[in-house]
Design a protein around this ligand. Structure first.
Ligand code: 4AD
Ligand code: MG
Length: 446
């Protein structure tokens, strides 16, 4: 038996092959029956012609329920009109073995569903072509993340999930009892540990799930999301931006190379992604505020005008980021945010303590922040002061402050949210579709 994966179908034109998969869709008329089979690597049309098969096999194919698991054999033919992914080839059925005939009450018919229904049935929804395409692209993105970092001198350091204190604001902490030690918290970031790791390894990254008890329901927030966090010794803000643009360009270019059929099936504007290479525009927060003010002044819709209200010192909301990024074709760096809206550990701008050496990377086409990063604060006294201002317990940060005493160097790092990146690259509006089983404020099921 010549078992192949649908992904490789084009390499087998004219051969008799066997596919193992599931019936995604069945149609037919008279002497012809069509099965759209998916095997995890793709979707392929299989055509059964009554005259080629014994009566029982043709009857079985003509009535087989959606989702039945099958082993199906036949010859691969080129046909430009054949649906499927990658498509353009079909299998002329010569034999069928039904592994399990699926029950008839499959909840997920092949049509659009409401958000709640789809999420309640996420265990089935992931079988749909759009979800499958998004999650395949996610896997490529993660592979490209690791590939780029591993090939550019970064050492992987796994950082703890159970941590003693907040690092990214005390309002989004998930807490748990920790034996006799009191409370522990699910990690919001691995960054602080990586700031220790760089003094042993120079350039490091951690990559894992991070947790934030986000109280608001938005299209950009999950309570459990995956973040990759590189941290670099002897690196300032400008050098950090160079690393980020190379990193992001590599990721996008790999998806373009490996997942074109998936992108096309999602209706993604591929030409927009093709522009993501080379250097990205860099604008200061000050300039960004001016730009948003100009856009706001020209806006006629009163509701939008209100949303776009901005003064120096405010953090950007989703609408601000959207209108700003619509001005650019590539991801855009916004640096030098107000100190008061950022985390405690950011180095102040020289001579301008009200602004800090932070940089966010905002994705184009309105997708907004995908990366947050900064140069880290070097002065231990100022750090201590910031800890107090942020209401953070000094004793939990003793080790962190000590790093500034023994061989301290300018250093920088960033965190890229995988789900936000997947949403942008796939052109998906809602972050819930970018992870197999999303966790949001209203949902820990299934
Ligand atoms: O900007 P953030 O909060 O930065 C940090 O956590 C730093 N410690 C990173 C670092 O410098 N090492 O988060 C980084 C990124 C955001 O840009 C966003 O992509 C993603 O993490 N992110 C979320 N994604 C989904 N749901 C949420 N609730 C997210 N919060 C942040
Ligand atoms: Mg941020």
């Amino acid at each position: 038996m010549n078992i192949i994966r649908i992904h490789d179908i084009a390499e087998h034109e004219g051969e008799e092959v066997t596919l193992r998969g599931w019936v995604h869709k069945r149609t037919g008329k008279g002497k012809l029956a069509f099965l759209l089979i998916r095997d995890g690597s793709g979707f392929a049309q299989c055509v059964a012609f009554k005259g080629d098969l014994d009566e029982e096999t043709f009857e079985t194919i003509s009535h087989i329920p959606q989702e039945s698991s099958v082993i199906i054999t036949g010859t691969i033919r080129k046909d430009d009109r054949a649906p499927g992914l990658p498509g353009g080839f079909e299998l002329g059925v010569s034999a069928l073995n039904v592994v399990q005939s699926a029950a008839l009450d499959y909840p997920m018919a092949l049509k659009e569903h409401g958000a709640d229904f789809a999420l309640d049935n996420r265990h089935f929804w992931i079988r749909m072509q759009s979800q499958w395409a998004i999650l395949r692209i996610r896997a490529t993105i993660i592979s490209a993340v690791r590939e780029w970092l591993d090939n550019n001198g970064f050492t992987l350091m796994d950082t703890p999930i159970l941590t003693p204190a907040a690092a990214e604001g005390t309002t989004t902490l998930f807490e748990t009892e920790y034996f006799d030690e009191g409370k522990a918290y699910l990690a919001q970031t691995g960054q602080l540990y990586n700031e220790a790791n760089i003094f042993a390894f120079g350039k490091v990254y951690c990559f894992g799930p991070t947790f934030r008890a986000e109280k608001s329901k938005t299209r950009r927030h999950l309570t459990e999301f995956w973040m990759v966090e590189p941290e670099i010794a002897f690196c300032d803000l400008d050098e950090l931006m160079e690393v980020e643009e190379q990193f992001v360009s590599h990721i996008v270019q790999r998806v373009l190379k490996e997942n074109r059929p998936e992108l096309e099936s999602l209706g993604r504007d591929i030409s927009a992604l093709e522009k993501v290479e080379g250097s990205f525009p860099r604008i200061s927060y000050d300039k960004a505020v001016e730009m948003i003010k100009e856009i706001q002044a020209e806006t006629e819709d009163p509701e939008e005008k209100e949303f776009l209200e901005i003064e120096w010192g405010m953090d950007f909301g989703a609408r601000h980021e959207t209108v700003l990024t619509q001005q650019f074709e590539k991801p855009v760096f916004v640096y030098g945010y107000p100190t008061q809206v950022k985390a405690f550990y950011m180095e102040p701008m020289p001579g301008r303590p009200e602004a800090c050496k932070s940089v966010d990377l905002l994705a184009p086409e309105g997708y907004g922040e995908i990366i947050g990063g900064s140069e880290r604060m070097s002065d231990p006294d100022l750090l201590l002061q910031r800890l107090h201002e942020h209401g953070l317990p000094e004793e939990s940060f003793k080790w962190y402050l000590e790093l500034r005493k023994f061989g301290s160097v300018p250093h920088s790092g960033f965190g890229m949210g995988i789900e936000r990146t997947v949403a942008w690259i796939c052109g998906t509006d809602h972050i819930r579709e970018t992870i197999p089983f999303p966790r949001t404020i209203k949902r820990v099921y299934p």
